[in-house]
Design a protein around this ligand. Structure first.
Ligand code: HEC
Length: 234
């Protein structure tokens, strides 16, 4: 009897050990699986979501005319060269009010750029741009739309580039570094033009290259077509 109870004691010890091992293994697996792999239900990041839908009010063309273009003038108008009897005088922001205006422009550009991510028509109904006749200067809204749909990543890159100049302006305002504004105005001009050449009047890029080549052939040097920042985009 005694030897039997020893055997049963041994058996139950084995069983208990086995149960213990099994349970600890289970706990271990549970811990590692919850720690190492993200639970599929916890995936949406709420910070990335909008509070609600965004709806466009105007076309891209009108947004340009009534928002993006006036916003850019806060930057372009902040600096410049005035020619007077005494010679050239560079103007730049000086007073707190000057810097405040520039900050407003920076905020409008940095925030406003993302309005170009909201789907909207490119031009008002019935407006086909300067896209008819021989050798049209502009693409039609339908052609622009097709270009965007073929490569939305490029459109978004142009939007981000515009936003980045807005952020650059805000940094400059923080440091009140008027000298850097010249660079920022150049970058802004570039951000506008590079999107326009890609989507609005792609023929112009090729035309300008041909013009440069002609000037180089004629005068043996690169033609000086440097644009005044803020000049009308067309
Ligand atoms: C992401 C692309 C993009 C960027 C960046 C962009 N534009 Fe435009 N813009 C367009 C497109 C596309 C049109 C033409 C829309 C149409 O007419 O169908 C346009 C048209 C315009 C027009 C013509 C409006 C009219 O009434 O005819 C102006 C002015 C303009 N843009 C100014 C600017 C300025 C200034 C900037 C930079 C501060 C800028 N845009 C940046 C895409 C862009």
């Amino acid at each position: 009897m005694r030897s039997l109870s020893v055997v049963s004691g041994l058996v139950s010890l084995r069983v208990r050990q086995a149960i213990f091992t099994f349970v600890s293994l289970f706990v271990f697996v549970l811990i590692t699986s919850t720690c190492s792999s993200p639970r599929p239900t916890a995936s949406p990041a709420p910070a990335q979501q909008l509070w609600g839908d965004m709806k466009a009010v105007v076309s891209v063309k009108e947004l340009m005319r009534d928002f993006i273009d006036p916003a850019s003038d806060y930057v372009f108008d902040a600096i410049g060269l005035r020619i007077s009897m005494k010679g050239e005088v560079a103007t730049s922001p000086k007073t707190d009010a000057d810097w405040e205006k520039l900050r407003q422009g920076g905020v409008m550009l940095a925030e406003g750029a993302y309005l170009l991510k909201v789907p909207r028509p490119f031009a008002p109904d019935g407006d086909v741009n300067n896209s008819t006749g021989p050798d049209p200067a502009e693409l039609s809204p339908t052609q622009i739309q097709a270009k965007l749909e073929a490569d939305p990543v490029l459109w978004n890159a142009k939007v981000e580039a515009l936003r980045n100049v807005g952020l650059e302006v805000l940094e400059i305002v923080k440091r009140k570094d008027a000298n850097e504004l010249w660079d920022a105005a150049g970058n802004l001009d570039q951000a506008c033009e590079s999107c326009h050449v890609a989507y609005w009047y792609p023929g112009e890029g090729a035309l300008m290259k041909r013009l440069d080549q002609k000037l180089e052939d004629l005068y043996g040097a690169k033609g000086d077509r440097t644009k005044t920042p803020g000049a009308d985009p067309k």
